[in-house]
Ligand binder design. Structure first.
Ligand code: TYD
Ligand code: MG
Length: 462
């Protein structure tokens, strides 16, 4: 293929430069030039700064009145893995593009190979493009998964143009690109894995998906900071973004939808990594609890709501004498929120941690983003600071505001019922979440409106 010239375009002002420069020649911003394929220039027609030719485009698209367009529900093909289908909103969608991110070794390739095989068995053509591993390595994984007779088509290739040509010739129902960071296009001089390459390749694959009806799944690596490499450049381009979460030291893995044009967001799928691949966990509510034979200080069980299912997660806090600049560290919870909660604890409940290191952790590598975790985090911190455990069978949830008020969490009744079902017996929850009439069998509920009331209630339980 003839090599087209590439240009460097400023992400700030849209100015261009024929070669890479640290500083944009047009607006003077630093590090904003990103390589792009230059649109071929043709005779006539003004070019705007993005290289589009008005003359060639004029009159090309048809208009339709919104009310006259038939709204059709998207058809989904179940992958055969129930937990994956749950996060996808029922299955893969023809022409849909899914990005799946996660730490190395967490199970992305395993999950997609299993899904590709299940689809192939259901009579769909599945094509697996491997850029990170050789065909032999993929075959070895397949053996391990018990898929030695798999009919999935495998291609070890990293050049975009060849991948697109093969996809076009075969028109599979699903194409897995493992991973997008290894794919490169001839049209750009930037290195594979660079923002320019990742964006360009993903854009071409997306266009192919839309034009052909092939469902494309892009595997993406996550940087240390937790963002998909190439500063989230792909998230807006694709239809669905899934992230793998979980601690590689434990066997449980969560797949979370953070964007889904075809389904609900924040739905999660739960898997266990076994000797023979990933297995769905249909009833995951109790998997993130550690087993303490006696209650320990600094541990509180939170009932969190992930997607449509309540789950119980142990929140641990450790408060210890700090140096001149005490540390605040959190794993699985937001650090900024932790700083805020410490300020609220001090101001409204007189619990001072200014000269203390504070560490908090959500057990099992889950990431908790909902503010309903606040109360559990604060009670865990107070418990660690005082060295007093909470009673056996204790749970909590509720959001805490800057004024020290305890706000209700969505779907409180469901959370309480799940806790009772798993044998928990004492709860401190926001007043608005306490059952209005009747009780939940086996559960003693302390309803609170303020953080200081919650701490008083804890003292009453000791
Ligand atoms: P993999 O799917 O290669 O991760 P990723 O593509 O996200 O980098 O998963 C690799 C890990 O999973 C590796 O540590 C081995 C483990 N594993 C199992 O425990 N059981 C299995 O059946 C398979 C295939 C992998
Ligand atoms: Mg992999």
């Amino acid at each position: 293929m003839a090599k087209e010239k590439s240009v460097y375009v400023c992400t700030e002002c849209g100015g261009t430069s024929p070669k890479w420069l640290g500083k944009c020649p047009s607006c003077g911003a630093w590090n904003t030039l990103i390589e792009q394929v230059a649109a071929p220039a043709s005779a006539g027609g003004g070019q705007n700064r993005f290289g589009t030719q008005f003359a060639a485009l004029a009159g090309a698209s048809e208009l339709a009145v919104l009310s006259e367009i038939e709204a059709s529900d998207v058809a989904r093909t179940p992958t055969g893995l129930d937990e994956l289908d749950r996060v996808l909103g029922g299955g893969i969608v023809a022409g849909g593009v899914t990005l799946i991110g996660g730490d190395p070794g967490i199970g992305k390739s395993t999950l997609l190979l299993q899904a590709a095989d299940a689809l192939q068995n259901a009579g769909q053509l599945a094509l697996y493009v491997t850029g990170e591993e050789s065909g032999a390595q993929v075959a070895m994984r397949a053996r391990r998964l018990g898929l030695e007779r798999s009919q999935v088509q495998v291609m070890a290739e990293i050049q975009l143009e060849k991948i697109l040509a093969t996809l076009d010739a075969n028109r599979p129902a699903i194409a897995v690109i493992d991973s997008i960071q290894t794919v490169y296009s001839d049209q750009l001089t930037s290195a594979p894995g660079s923002v320019a390459q990742v964006r360009e390749c993903a854009a071409h694959l997306t266009r192919f998906a839309k034009a052909s009806g092939t469902a494309v799944v892009l595997v993406g690596h996550v940087t240390k900071e937790g963002a998909l490499a190439g500063p989230r450049v792909l998230e807006h381009m694709v239809d669905t973004v899934l992230y793998f979460e979980g601690d590689t030291h434990s066997s449980f893995r969560l797949v979370r939808a953070i964007k889904n044009r075809f389904g609900a967001v924040n739905e999660i799928g739960v898997f266990a990594m076994t000797e023979r691949g990933l297995r769905g966990v249909a009833n995951p509510s109790a998997i993130f609890l550690s087993q303490h034979s006696e209650p320990v200080p600094g541990s509180v069980v939170l009932v969190t709501l992930e997607g449509t299912r309540p789950m119980l997660v142990e929140i641990q806090a450790l408060v210890d004498d700090g140096g001149p600049s005490p540390r605040r560290l959190s794993v699985g919870l937001e650090r900024d929120r932790l700083a805020m909660l410490l300020a609220v604890l001090h101001r409204h409940a007189g619990v001072a941690c200014m000269d203390q290191d504070v560490f908090v952790n959500a057990v099992g590598g889950v990431r908790i983003t909902e503010p309903a975790a606040d109360l559990a985090v604060m009670l865990a911190i107070a418990s660690s600071l005082r060295g007093k455990p909470l009673p056996k069978g204790f749970i909590a949830f509720g959001e805490v505001g800057l004024a020290g008020e305890v706000r209700p969490a969505p779907r409180g009744q469901e959370r309480l019922k799940e806790a009772a079902k798993l044998g928990f017996s004492v709860a401190i929850v926001p007043k608005a979440n306490a059952p209005k009439k009747g009780a939940i069998e086996g559960l003693t509920i302390h309803a609170v409106e303020r953080i200081e009331q919650a701490l008083d209630a804890v003292r009453g339980l000791e």
